[in-house]
Design a protein around this ligand. Structure first.
Ligand code: SAM
Length: 295
């Protein structure tokens, strides 16, 4: 079976030539040409016959094929219409795959998941188009469809930021936005040499497992995320200066911020990157409780 894998370099070249396909850099088209890495991705995601999978950007079907061999059903969203006839050809042996020619960010996910014949645990497995990694991640995390796990390839630098802990350079509002919903861990690194064409940077596989409940309890999610963004606006500035930048410098606002910081027992001179998720939650909850009426 494995010599017929779509993902070998020679088969990939053959498919591309046969269909006269040329890569579009603007769509983040870097295809994986190493079946062993693809199998490792499927193993990392613990896919079996009791799992439905959503794939973003199947390309010519390299990862889709490996997923189809293990999962119950695969729903793959591909924006590039030139790839649709290619996929019809390469994935013909896999009746449990449905390819949808739509932009993942514009599709109606709750409607589309109804296409799965059975309601089963749902996972997202993808080699993401790097130009929209963060919007795609947030699209799934904030969606009403509850994905239990995501195993996704992205630039190593972004995977580092998402899985970062406090007191590190990589820690920021993106780490918090994702870790609020999911437990994040870096599964393995993928060298740039296994892609066609080769990207400029190394990639990493990030594994995200949904928490039963968000990591912290906040009274207002929108305001919590606003606060975390504010805290990292300028990394060299103190929390105090960054908060004033976003929330304002009027005396009443300053008093509100100072009281909230005191209530949460957080020194205003600290930098955002030193605050844990629970400290951000405490501060956000204090700000909500002490909010002046015009805020
Ligand atoms: N899965 C294939 C592989 O691993 O070889 C291809 C991965 S390639 C990095 C990213 C794929 O995402 C491309 O096929 C690209 O056309 C597709 N894509 C880019 N933007 C998209 C979007 N907004 N919605 C759906 N697919 C998209």
């Amino acid at each position: 079976m494995s010599q017929r894998d779509i993902a070998t370099p020679s088969r990939t070249r053959e498919i591309l030539e046969e269909h006269g396909f040329s890569f579009k850099k603007s769509l983040g088209q870097n295809f994986l040409t190493e079946p062993n890495i693809l199998r490792k991705i499927v193993e990392t995601a613990n896919i079996n016959y009791e799992t439905n999978v959503i794939e973003v950007g199947p390309g010519i079907g390299a990862l889709t094929e490996q997923l189809a061999r293990s999962a119950k059903e695969v729903l793959a969203f591909e924006i590039d219409e030139r790839l649709i006839p290619v996929l019809a050809d390469t994935l013909a042996p896999y009746p449990n795959v449905t390819v949808i020619n739509e932009d993942i960010l514009k599709t109606n996910l709750p409607e589309k998941v109804k296409l799965f014949k059975e309601v089963l645990p749902l996972k997202v497995v993808a080699n993401l188009p790097y130009y929209i990694t963060t919007p795609i991640m947030m699209h799934f995390l904030e969606s009403e469809i509850k994905v239990s796990e995501m195993v996704v390839m992205m630039q190593k630098e972004v995977a580092d930021r998402i899985s970062a802990q406090p007191e590190t350079k990589a820690y920021g509002s993106l780490s918090i936005a994702v870790q609020y919903y999911m437990e994040a861990s870096l599964a393995f690194i993928v060298p740039k040499t296994v892609f066609m064409p080769q990207p400029n940077v190394d990639s990493a596989i990030l594994k995200l497992v949904r928490r039963e409940q968000p990591a912290v309890t906040v009274s207002n999610e929108k305001e919590f995320f606003k606060l975390t963004k504010a805290a990292f606006q300028s990394r060299r500035k103190t929390l105090w200066n960054n908060l004033q930048q976003t929330f304002g410098k009027e005396p009443a606002t300053k008093e509100w911020l100072a009281k909230s910081l005191a209530e949460a027992a957080i020194d205003p001179q600290r930098r955002g990157e030193t605050l844990s998720l629970s400290e951000f939650a405490e501060l956000s909850n204090a700000m909500e409780a002490l909010k002046p009426t015009d805020k």
